[in-house]
Design a protein around this ligand. Structure first.
Ligand SMILES: CC(=O)CC(=O)C(=O)O
Length: 225
């Protein structure tokens, strides 16, 4: 018996080597303006974690098929952190030393399923963790780009900018995300962390070209079919 299994990997910018994706963690409501647009109160509800399967990764260039079972697919542009090493209970001031690099992600969301799940007190898995739901640009090594703390993050649909923020406005900065997440799970090399999205999330329909980027890190450009 032969099994058709291959471990998911992600592109590393300027390298023939690939980054082995182990797990995908995501931060919810990590920008106050987005927390408010989702009906939350960032002064009362801290950010939180959820996850996607590792094989949800899809490249940040090229075509993406519209996913099934949704009439309201949303874009969420995000800074993504790729870990070179892991650990449990990582101290915030040691957290950046665990990072291999950074990328631009689009945390695709079946918003209608998420709203139903929220209303029913059910898990978000089918709203967040579907096939091709984790768009990712090539990863830029921190050895080249450093550890960005302020940079424009933006996304446009059909050339119209919908999300336009700055990673400086994250409620939990990257070091705090790693420290906090490592109190829940032992982090490992190969883990990716989508760090949350600024305001302006919205609907994607078939035919849309979705572009986005983070200054100094990279860009994505996908057509949805
Ligand atoms: C409300 C969300 O969809 C959570 C999320 O993915 C984010 O805030 O980012």
């Amino acid at each position: 018996m032969r099994f058709d299994v291959s471990a998911p990997t992600a592109e590393i910018a300027g390298s023939a080597e690939r980054f082995p994706v182990r797990r995908i963690f995501c931060v919810g409501k990590n920008y106050a303006d987005h927390a408010r647009e989702m009906g939350g109160d960032p002064t009362r509800e801290p950010p939180f974690f959820f996850s996607k399967p590792a094989d949800a990764i899809v490249g940040g260039a090229g075509d993406i098929a519209m996913p099934p079972r949704t009439d309201n697919l949303h874009h969420e542009i995000e800074l993504v952190v790729a870990l070179a090493k892991g650990g449990a209970n990582i101290a915030s001031d040691d957290a950046l030393s665990h990072i291999f690099g950074y990328a631009v992600g689009n945390d695709l969301t079946r918003r209608d399923l998420q709203a139903d799940a929220k209303a029913g007190g059910r898990p978000w898995d089918m709203a967040k963790g579907f096939d091709h739901s984790a768009v990712l640009s090539p990863i830029r090594p921190a050895a080249e780009v450093g550890h960005p703390t302020a940079a424009r993050i933006w996304l446009s649909v059909g050339g119209t900018v919908r999300q336009d923020g700055n990673i400086a406005d994250m409620i939990w900065p990257v070091a705090d995300i790693i420290a906090e997440l490592s109190t829940y799970v032992e982090l490992k090399a190969g883990d990716l962390i989508y760090t949350g999205t600024p305001a302006g999330v919205g609907r994607i329909v078939a035919g849309d070209v979705v572009e986005g980027g983070i200054d100094g890190i990279g860009t994505i450009a996908n057509r949805f079919l």
